[in-house]
Design a protein around this ligand. Structure first.
Ligand SMILES: Cc1cc2nc3c(=O)[nH]c(=O)nc-3n(C[C@H](O)[C@H](O)[C@H](O)COP(=O)(O)OP(=O)(O)OC[C@H]3O[C@@H](n4cnc5c(N)ncnc54)[C@H](O)[C@@H]3O)c2cc1C
Length: 479
């Protein structure tokens, strides 16, 4: 086979592997370069999301939730489960099995779609040439009409808490503890910190999350964030807001953390510390000086709305470019770019990308928050419905949280859709579809929802936007 391709993709995460499959489906001769090698020395596709991100964290969240429920949630339903134990090695084995199955699945999809996998580190040279260095340091240059960069992101390391094997770890390390730490510190109350903190708290760890910002989940609708924080506190997650870490040091097999908050200087002792303060775009040794691709001031590859870089025929998608660092955003961009290369004109609707935090309660949202709309001076109306009034949620013993729908005051068009509660990750899809179709709150209110379902809370929140909810009191009485 010649070394000239229609498309070479660098990186096989959700951005890159999806772009490669779509390009091949569209009849383009496609190769995907990937350098990921797992701890057992095997080359793996799937990127951060499949290997050390979305999938392993969800596996541990599901297992730990079941464990916690069996320990604390069964008795008042009449189920007596005494001394429920967790076998951490078995739990990890299951997680690894799921990861292997899925990463192997991508290799199968590449094969069936005719995508060539090239193992090694890719570097973009001038004129869409890609130099690949394999694990034996052999170099080979490939050529393409189009190159899609999808090299993703890496955890941010902060000077006060240098990673120290077995003690101060990133999210990847926190997915691999071989025992439950007695006391776990987490720096950062963002999505990753909350999810990993929840996993180990449910398994018995005393978890403290230290967060520099004063408000909890500042980008989430604040009514939803406050309701969620209340639930987390009930579960015993200690979340220290407005607390800035100043140093972390490993002494006598413990991590000593110093931080400052409104009450002054604080010190805490943990068995392990997870640093989850964010991720940075990954472009290490990726771009030759004459590749023609520019970075923005934060280190992201500079692209336009269609993910084109400054170099003709070179595109970039996913975590390595602006926008939310989410797997589904990366994949949507990958599909858009493959279709554009094939001559179509699709666009990603960045206003309709859902966000999810897979804690319990789950938190999910799409569109604008009340705070954003206020700041923009938009006139809006709000409908909310609590799961406490939802029969299905009560039957499932998970009746906390709410659905909140925000609609334009004049046109009734849905502008924001927010959920905290059971299966929020699934429920939010209804908001995404509604918004994609330009739905009004009344459109949802006129739709028939099955009874009893959690989704009825969406129906009721939509009814509540125009003060017509049936199963709660409305803000204003209808005249
Ligand atoms: C703990 C955790 C949990 C997460 N949970 C979720 C979640 O539930 N839902 C969600 O939407 N998102 C989640 N994310 C974020 C999600 O993982 C990322 O948004 C997603 O992986 C981005 O996809 P990507 O294709 O841009 O990059 P990545 O998945 O990072 O893939 C990039 C790939 O490129 C390869 N690569 C890099 N440079 C080169 C090179 N020069 N040559 C060859 N190969 C290279 C890397 O090895 C990697 O395989 C989570 C992240 C973490 C860390």
């Amino acid at each position: 086979m010649s070394d000239k391709y229609d498309v070479i993709v660098i990186g096989a995460g959700p951005g890159g592997y999806v772009a490669a499959i779509k390009a091949a489906q569209l009849g383009l001769k496609t190769a995907c370069v990937e350098s990921w090698v797992s701890k057992d020395g095997k080359h793996k596709l799937g990127g951060t999301c499949l290997n050390v991100g979305c999938i392993p964290s969800k596996a541990l969240l599901e297992i730990s939730h079941k464990f916690e429920e069996a320990n604390h949630g069964f008795a008042d339903q009449g189920i007596m489960a005494k001394d429920v134990k967790i076998d951490i090695a078995k739990m990890m084995e299951r997680k690894t099995g799921i990861v292997d199955q899925l990463t192997g699945g991508i290799a199968g999809l590449f094969k069936s779609n005719g995508v060539t996998t090239i193992e090694g580190h890719g570097k973009l040279l001038a004129n869409r040439q890609v130099e690949v260095t394999d694990s034996d340091a052999n170099k080979k240059v490939y050529e393409a009409d189009n190159v899609i960069i999808a090299t993703g992101s890496k955890p941010i390391q902060i000077p006060p808490a240098p990673f120290t094997e077995g003690y101060i770890v990133d999210s990847e390390g926190a997915l691999e503890f071989d025992e439950v730490p007695k006391r776990l510190g987490v720096i950062g109350a963002g999505v990753i910190g909350l999810e990993l903190g929840s996993v180990w708290a449910r398994l018995g760890s005393e978890v403290t999350i230290i967060e520099a910002q004063d408000s909890f989940l500042p980008t989430v609708d604040q009514q939803v964030a406050k309701d969620t924080l209340k639930q987390f506190k009930k579960q015993g997650l200690q979340i220290e807001l407005g607390s800035r870490m100043t140093g972390a040091e490993v002494k006598r097999k413990l991590v000593y953390v110093n931080y400052e908050n409104a009450d002054g200087k604080q010190e805490a002792k943990f068995d392990k510390l997870v640093v989850a303060v964010g991720r940075r775009p990954y472009t290490d040794n990726l771009l030759a000086a004459d590749a023609g691709v520019n970075l923005d001031e934060r280190g992201f590859i500079f692209v336009d709305d269609t993910c084109q870089t400054d170099a003709p025929g070179v595109w970039a998608v996913g975590d390595v470019v602006r926008g939310p660092m989410l797997a589904h955003k990366a994949s949507e961009e990958g599909i858009m770019v493959a279709e554009r290369i094939a001559g179509h004109k699709p666009q990603v609707n960045y206003d309709c990308i859902p966000n999810v935090i897979y804690t319990f309660p789950e938190v999910a949202w799409v569109g604008k928050t009340e705070e954003q709309l206020k700041a923009e001076g938009e006139a809006y109306k709000v409908g909310t419905f609590p799961f406490a009034a939802n029969g299905r949620a009560m039957a499932a013993n998970s009746a906390s949280g709410l659905v909140k729908i925000i609609a334009d005051e004049k046109t009734d068009r849905i502008l924001g859709f927010h959920v905290t509660g059971p299966q929020a990750s699934e429920i939010v899809a209804q908001g995404v579809i509604a918004m994609e179709f330009g739905s009004s709150a009344e459109d949802l209110a006129l739709t028939c929802f099955a009874h009893p379902t959690l989704s009825e809370s969406v129906h009721e929140a939509a009814l509540a936007v125009n003060d017509g909810a049936i199963h709660i009191a409305n803000r204003r009485k209808k005249k």
